[in-house]
Structures are given as C-alpha cells and as structure tokens.
Write a protein that binds this ligand. Structure first.
Ligand code: FAD
Length: 528
C-alpha cells in the first residue's frame, strides 16, 4: 500500500467517486472496504494516521459485551457475537480466543455469573469459541496464579476474542486499497462542496505535501469518531451536537502480574464498573474507566482520578500490588456516545451504532464498537447506495479474508501479527541480513519491520511506527522514546528525508510519548 498510488488514484479520477469516507478509524476503514468490495469507487481521507483516534486505544477485545448482557440488550450481544466469530475467521492472524476468569468472592456469584455466561455461550451458537464452566477455588488459582485469594470461593471461565486494534486497521486499509480504493493518511477534510444544497464533494488538505484539492463524490460518509459534530457543523452550522464524549484509560504492566494465559474479568467493581486485566503481547493491559468529558482531542490523557481507580483496583485484584514504577504505559481513548433526541437529522438506524443523514445528504456513522465495525459498514453502505442512487450490490465482507490472512503458524513471535506478510519480511531479512538488528534491547522489533512499515504500510512518521504499526508506545513508553532515533534514521532513508526531518521527528515523538509514561499523580498535571 503506497501513498503515491492512492494520490494518483485521486488525481486521475475522471468523475466523482461513488463513496468518499472521512476518518480512518474502525468505522471509516470498514465503510471504505465494504464499498470497494461491492465494486464502488472509493476514496478515504484520514487527517492523521489510520487508527490515530479511538481505534488504537481500545481494550483489544473482540467481544459480545458481557455488560450489555447484564443490561438485557440481547440483540446487541447477539450481533456482536456473530461479528466476533466472523472476524476470528477473516483475520485469524490478529484475532484469537482468550480465556477470561471471573473470580468469585461471594457464594452467589458462581451460580449468578455461571448462568449468565451459559446464556452468552448459547447466543454465540455455532460461532462460539469454547463453552464456559464453573471453576473451583483451586482451579481458579491455577488459572490465575496471582489473583487475590483472600475470601476467594471459586470462579467462572468463559472465552472471548482478543486482537490488535491498530494492526487490524492497517490491514483493513491494505485490503481496501487492493480492491482499488484510494486510502490516504495525513489528509484532512477542511470543507464540504455543495451544489444546490446537496453535498457533492470534499475539500482536502494534504498535510504532508501542504496541498489542497477538491474531490467530487456521489456520497460522503462522516466517520470521524468524536469529531463527527465538526463535520456536521461544516455541513449545517446550526446542527445540534450529537456526541457526548466518555474517556476510558488503561495501564500496561509487565507480564509477571498475570503470568498465566487467562485474563481476569470483574463484572462489577464496588462502584459498579467493569474491569479487565488481560494478557496482551507478553504484557498485561488493565482497565478501563468511563469518565464523561466536556471536550476532546486526538491525544487524550488520563485524569488523576482515573489513574487512581485503575491502580486501586489492580492492587485489589492482583496478589502483588503494582507500584508506579511497574506501569510501562498509560493510554486513554474517547468513546463517541450518541446523545438521544436530535430531531434535525433522520435517524435511519439507531441501535448500538447510529447512522444519521443530514438534509444535504451528509451521512454520519458513529457509535458501535470495533467488534461490530463490519456490520456498521454494511449498514452505512446500504444507506449510501440508496441515497446516492448507486447500483444496489450485495455486501461481500462476511467471509472476506483480510490482508495478512493465513492459517500458517508464524514461529517468530515479533512477526506473528503480520500474518502472511511475515513471509515477505523474512525474504527482506534474507536479502538484507543487517536488518535483523532490534531497534531497542527491550523492544521486540527488528529494523526490517520498520522498512516494511515504510514500504508497504504507509507509515510516514516515527509515531506511526512506534504507536500503531508496532505497539512499542503502549508496551513500554520510556523504551520507545529511546528507540525513536533508530526508527527516524530508517524512515529518513526509506522516505528520502533529511537530518533536520529526523531530528524533528525524534523531538515530536519524545514530546508525545512522555504523555504515556506513568507519573505519580502529584507530579503530573492531568489533562484531557
Ligand atoms: C477505552 C475504550 C475501550 C474500548 N474497547 C473496545 C474493545 O475492547 N472492543 C471493541 O470492540 N470496542 C472497544 N471500544 C470501542 C471502539 O474502540 C470504538 O468504537 C471505535 O474505535 C471507534 O472507531 P471510529 O472509527 O468511529 O472512531 P476513531 O477511531 O476515533 O476514528 C475517527 C478518525 O477520524 C479522523 N478525523 C477526524 N476529523 C477528521 C477530518 N476533518 N478529516 C479527516 N479525518 C478526520 C480522526 O483523526 C480519527 O482517526 C473501546 C473504546 C474505548 C474508548
């Protein structure tokens, strides 16, 4: 996937694109892929990098949502479980089955959660992963050797999916590009083009080349996450704001805090929240929170009260209490929640995700979750076809293999998430054995991977490599800062940049990554 190929597709287009998508997160990438797979002409523009927003900051679960089950929202759970099964089939290199144990500290929790998880199994039906079952206290400790044992009476084990969110985003962009879509990062939508009050194109600022151009479109999809109201107000300055922002944060800890294969799931903390501690990439991800915020940004930061909450609960449920020094990274993400009751737009669909169509035909897709991105995309492209008078074509993505699909076992741990591309990276290593060098002693990334990111995954900056093509920023923020110079040097060589660019990249990355290094609350001013 090359940026120049996509730019050429835009510049050589001889008519309007059938579908233009704004926003390169799960929602936008899914929509672009769905439309391209149906044979429509497609262009997608992301202001920063693919998955820069919420889509790289999730808990990394492909799940039905035990919480929705507790709330009795069966249809939502059913849809998400169906999608979980499809995604596991279509991207087996990135999605795998993960065991979760609900530790029980009261006699009633065993039967209560045991029955709940049996319903979850039933809803998954043929696409189920492994059946849930009750665990004795001894079995619970075997599965979770570091769980708090004081008052422990037993547990319930069930299975859900786990994935790598930003790697899936990159693979979705590649799949869409292979189907003919123009997929561009670092291209911001700065305006909408209208004819007779109908949206018929977008104004784009190519931030990398500092160029502006207009792209004509039969339909425009606004999939900009917490930013959707900005696009809606470009369309109609008086449009009501529909988004309420809720922040969730995670800590990343060393693997010794949860040494087995199973994750811990706490369905209800003392203050009524859901908490996970999940093994991920040889580390442990602990979270999350649900904090309403008045504003939003592309780089949200954990609030002091959120850090306290996660630290207190990590200490409560893990036998060894983590200290500040054990936290390798803190990351925050923003949920775009749709407020009820905006009468100015047509709510064409309103379930977990929402599709709104403005008077001038701007289609806004928001809400939902990563797990259901494919279904959201199917629904929005059905709408776009009707609205723009495109040929109605059948959705193709239910059984579509996503770029990297392979069932072969990749033996090198660092290359596993690349799936079938691991074979290509091996070839690169054979041709240039000096690229076997790791970028940092504590980070499992070889120089060859960075070359691959620049050549084939449209990485344009040090942050693209360290935050989203690899997950170094989340796995060890401090070490990733030390690796920035090595990554900048490789990218400069690959992208034809000079030493001033390299130095600026290192400075920018260092400033950003410092915000992920955990600090004791009194020494950091939290902001979001
Ligand atoms: C803390 C947390 C944990 C979560 N955990 C899970 C989980 O475990 N499993 C799960 O299934 N779901 C999870 N979710 C939900 C899931 O992450 C989101 O539903 C999903 O990522 C939203 O994707 P999106 O594409 O709508 O938004 P985003 O990913 O935010 O994408 C929007 C994009 O639009 C771009 N953009 C904005 N304005 C413009 C413009 N003018 N021009 C061009 N581009 C623009 C932004 O840069 C951004 O990249 C979680 C969410 C949070 C907050």
């Amino acid at each position: 996937m090359k940026r120049s190929t996509s730019l050429n597709r835009i510049k050589s287009a001889d008519g309007p694109f059938d579908v233009v998508v704004i926003g390169g997160g799960a929602s936008g990438l899914g929509a672009a892929l769905d439309a391209a797979a149906r044979g429509h002409s497609v262009a997608l523009f992301e202001q920063s990098d693919f998955a820069k927003g919420t889509s790289s900051r999730s808990t990394k679960l492909v799940h039905g949502g035990v919480r929705y089950l507790q709330q009795g929202n069966i249809s939502l759970v059913l849809e998400a479980l169906r999608e979980r099964g499809r995604l596991a089939r279509n991207a087996p290199h990135l999605v795998h089955s993960q065991a979760f144990v609900i530790p029980n500290y009261s006699w009633w929790e065993g039967p209560f959660y045991g029955i709940g998880m049996k319903v979850y199994d039933q809803l998954a039906g043929k696409l189920g992963l492994s059946p849930s079952r009750h665990l004795s206290k001894k079995e619970t400790i075997e599965k979770l050797p570091t769980v708090e044992t004081d008052k422990l009476v037993g547990g319930v084990i069930y299975h859900d999916g786990q994935f790598d969110d930003s790697r899936l985003a990159v693979n979705l962009a590649q799949t869409a590009e292979e189907l003919g879509a123009a997929m561009l990062n670092y291209c911001r939508c700065v305006g909408l083009v209208k004819e007779q009050d109908v949206v018929c194109g977008v104004e784009i600022h190519d931030v990398e080349n500092d160029e502006r151009f207009t792209v004509r479109a039969k339909s425009v999809i606004n999939a900009t996450g917490v930013f959707v109201d900005e696009l809606r107000q470009m369309d109609e300055p008086e449009a009501n704001k529909i988004i309420a922002v809720s922040q969730g944060i995670h800590f990343v800890l060393p693997k010794r805090f949860l040494p087995g294969d199973a994750a811990i799931m706490i369905p209800k903390t003392a203050d009524g929240r859901v908490l996970f501690a999940v093994p991920w990439r040889d580390h442990v991800v602990v979270g999350t929170t649900d904090t309403p915020l008045g504003g939003y940004s592309l780089e949200p930061r954990a609030l002091e009260e959120e850090r306290d909450f996660v630290m207190t609960h990590a200490c409560k449920y893990l036998a060894e209490d983590p200290t500040d020094d054990d936290v390798l990274s803190v990351f925050a993400g923003l949920r775009p929640l749709v407020k009820a009751g905006d009468g100015s737009d047509t709510a064409a669909l309103s379930r977990d995700h929402s599709i709104l169509i403005s008077g001038s035909g701007l289609i806004t897709l928001t809400g939902g979750k990563w797990t259901t991105y494919r279904k959201m995309a199917e629904d929005v492209i059905d709408q776009a076809e009707t609205l723009a008078g495109l040929d109605h074509k059948r959705c193709q993505t239910e059984d579509m293999q996503i770029h990297g699909w392979t069932q072969s076992q990749i033996t090198e741990g660092n290359l596993e998430p690349y799936g079938a591309d691991a074979f290509e990276i091996r070839e690169l290593l054979k041709a240039e054995p000096e690229l076997a060098q790791p970028i940092h002693a504590q980070l499992p990334v070889q120089e060859a991977e960075v070359v691959w990111h620049a050549r084939e995954e449209m990485a344009r900056t040090v942050e693209d490599v360290l935050a989203r093509r690899t997950r170094c920023l989340l796995l060890n923020a401090a070490a990733s800062i030390e690796a920035a110079g090595a990554v900048a040097a490789i990218l400069a060589r690959e992208l034809g940049r000079d030493t001033a660019w390299e130095a600026a990249q290192v400075a920018d990355y260092t400033a950003l990554a410092r915000g992920y290094v955990y600090k004791a609350p009194e020494s950091t001013a939290a902001s979001a």
